[in-house]
Design a protein. Structure first.
Length: 123
């Protein structure tokens, strides 16, 4: 009796999983809309820029950092990093975050004089 119940449960679970995957991938797959960083709320944009600067600090991949920031500003990719760093300086933000952003802006060839002192700050 118990073995039969266990088999029915296993078969039911397998059928449920198979139907779930079939419906989720075939019949009604997920459709992403408005997922580009340029449509994010400002606080999420700030997080995205800071994560891009942190990723650049870790892996040193400037081309990838430029691609990521170009999603926010295709004409001037360093712009979002400079703008966020400026706001953090004004609000007394974390010097390590400002230094990350300054290093990324410098690597992208666009560092305002106000951020130059932060190039010396250790992460």
């Amino acid at each position: 009796m118990f073995a039969r119940l266990l088999r029915l449960t296993a078969v039911g679970t397998a059928i449920g999983l198979a139907l779930g995957f079939a419906i989720g991938w075939g019949v009604w797959p997920v459709q992403y809309t408005n997922t580009a960083p340029d449509v994010l709320r400002q606080d999420y944009r700030d997080d995205y820029v800071l994560m891009t600067a942190t990723a650049y600090q870790v892996d040193g991949d400037l081309a990838r950092a430029r691609e990521r920031l170009a999603l926010l500003d295709p004409v001037h990719p360093a712009g979002p990093a400079i703008e966020l760093a400026g706001r953090l300086v004004e609000s007394g933000g974390d010097p390590a975050d400002i230094a990350r952003l300054a290093r990324l802006a410098w690597a992208l060839g666009s560092l305002p004089a106000a951020l130059t002192p932060y190039l010396e700050v250790s992460p």
